[in-house]
Design a protein around this ligand. Structure first.
Ligand SMILES: [Cu+2]
Length: 373
């Protein structure tokens, strides 16, 4: 009967017997025999291995490889391990050249024929973005980013006068929480929710040939912030194999309310997916597609005349775009380089449908440095 009960106790009881003092001892005449003997015949210890294995056999996603971070143009692509800190700096350039309406190119004369007195010809936006990430727990990471922006736009008037306007300063500061909710089979997923604060100016001014030497309010694309609190929801998926990695992220910028200049920038919805190939221990190369939809502006700034220049028209701001981007990541492993990353990503639009007339995006470039410890 005792033997039967011991067997009926199952594997767990057997395991407990083998690791805790037995009620029965070698001097107990009712002892059924050494548990080890029973275990060796009827219990396979490897059945318990998965519960005690601290690595090796259990495959988890890791950031400790060059493609352990997404292409540098992706924000909030990863979470960190408990109490890890990451500092980052990105330099981003966007180059816009020539006018477009829908998917068609427009000449300067086409824009004047639409009734505008002035047309933009090209624009450059440079952004220095300083980032800080901190992992509160293994699952919850906070991310702060502070952009410093410089914009310049060239124009020509219907009478052939060329001029340039500038703006520069701090942009909208963003704070997000990233929560990892899934982590198995070398795949991970996290959801994020953030807030963009209206720290960027919406009152940038400069002179134009029509302003008589006075500073006047610059059009919407030359402003540095949204002027509103914006909600930043997102969800990210990551996967890895020995030589490859891949990921996808859906994110949005949802404007809350109206700014002090009586307008609301359009909401923006992004969907991006990428694949990367490890090239040794330190380098990886990536290809990425990024599609986004940006809505037109609601309301209007009363200081702007929408028939003077297309950039001042709230209905010439929306666009739907698909970008193809190629990137390289470098991951430092030893000595001074340990924990450091450098990366570059360059992209061009392969599809661009704008509510125009509007400037056409020609290319975007992101250079980045990251340091985690
Ligand atoms: Cu990070």
């Amino acid at each position: 009967m005792k033997n039967t009960r011991t067997f009926a106790g199952g594997l767990l009881a057997l395991w407990l017997l083998s690791t805790t003092p037995s009620a029965h001892g070698p001097n107990d005449p009712t002892d059924p025999g050494p548990p080890e003997a029973v275990g060796s015949d009827h219990f396979d210890p490897t059945l318990l291995a998965p519960y005690f294995d601290d690595g090796g056999a259990v495959d988890l996603w890791t950031s400790g490889r060059p493609d352990g971070h997404a292409p540098i143009g992706v924000m909030g692509d990863h979470t960190h391990a408990l109490r890890e800190i990451m500092l980052s700096y990105r330099f981003m350039v966007m180059d816009m050249d020539g006018m477009r309406d829908g998917t068609n190119n427009l000449s300067n004369q086409d824009v004047f024929d639409d009734g505008f007195a002035v047309t933009p010809t090209d624009m450059t936006m440079e952004m220095h973005m300083f980032g800080l990430m901190y992992a509160w727990t293994d699952d919850l990471t906070f991310m702060l980013s502070v952009p410093v922006i410089r914009k310049k736009m060239n124009h020509v008037t219907g009478t052939g006068v060329h001029f340039q306007t500038h703006s520069d300063g701090i942009g909208d500061i963003k704070l997000s929480a990233l929560y990892k909710f899934w982590d198995q089979d070398r795949q991970r997923s996290h959801a994020s929710l953030g807030m963009s604060f209206p720290s960027g100016s919406i009152d940038e001014m400069d002179t134009t040939p029509a302003s008589g030497g006075n500073d006047v309010q610059l059009p919407y694309p030359m402003q540095l912030g949204s002027g509103t609190f914006d909600l930043l929801p997102g969800i990210t998926y990551l996967g890895e194999s020995d030589d490859w990695s891949w990921g996808a992220q859906a994110s949005a910028v949802v404007r809350l309310g109206e700014n002090s200049n009586h307008y609301t920038l359009g909401n923006r919805y992004d969907l991006t997916g990428w694949g990367a190939r490890k090239l040794g221990d330190q380098f990886s190369a990536s290809l990425r597609l990024n599609g986004y939809d940006l809505d037109n502006i609601h309301g209007s700034d009363p200081e702007l005349n929408p028939s003077f220049v297309p950039t001042a028209d709230p209905n010439n701001q929306g666009r739907t775009e698909l970008d193809l981007l190629a990137g390289i990541n470098w991951y430092g492993r030893d000595g001074w380089a340990r924990g450091q990353r450098l990366a570059v990503e360059y992209g061009i639009p392969v599809y661009q449908d704008v509510d125009g007339p509007q400037l056409e995006i020609d290319w975007v470039l992101t250079l980045g440095w990251q340091y985690a410890r």
